[in-house]
Write a protein of this length. Sequence first.
Length: 250
Amino acid sequence: MCYNTRQSRKAKDLERYYERDRLLGEMPEDQELIYNSANGFAHPNMWIIPQERPNNFIPVKWGLIPKGNLGANADEYYKNSIRYGSGLNARSEKLFYSNQYAPSAFTRRCIIPVDGFFEPHTAKKNGKDFKIPFYFCRKNEAPISLAGIYAVTTDKLVTFTILTKEATPLFAKIHNKKNRRPVILNDEDIDTWLSNDLDQDEVNEVIYEDLPDEELNAYPISKDLYKRNGEADREDIIEKVEYEELEIDY
């Protein structure tokens, strides 16, 4: 599951790449949403491009709180839902059938622009499971456009989640316990994903035909990614690390 992402680009660079402008809301003009490693369980604000404002970026909290809940109770909601991933990811197979996701499926899809993201590989060390973090990014070094949905609480807090799907071969090899992958939009599907004209089959087609494995790099990095004291949020966290326990090609 996708619980850690990287977004080290400044907003002006994202504006240039996506040809969209920021809407800051209450965020100060000079504040940048930059993370070398954004830990989803800290529920950071991140840029999204929302379907309802497809020409803009807005800062939104990571961790979907479904419609009908109060944003003022966000901490309690996340605490109670942590066993289910605290709203960080949503299975795309349930997009049109879940009471949590279906209200957003047609009108509140979004794009989450990131440099890359992190997934664990489970190896064996002394007969026990041993997690090795991998970093995924595009071979052409362009931003990754993750597909997501968002919701608005009764008191107008906007939150989002990242859609996932069944693992493709690269992810099945690396993310070998969960066998999932985030939905990564092809560049030509960015505007399509934000369109109001898609029916259910067309939405599912964009998900199914997303960015192929061949356009991604993936390699192991430091286990410091899993430290929760902020040590992972540093520029060199994405440097490659060799592990003798690793028995797969990547």
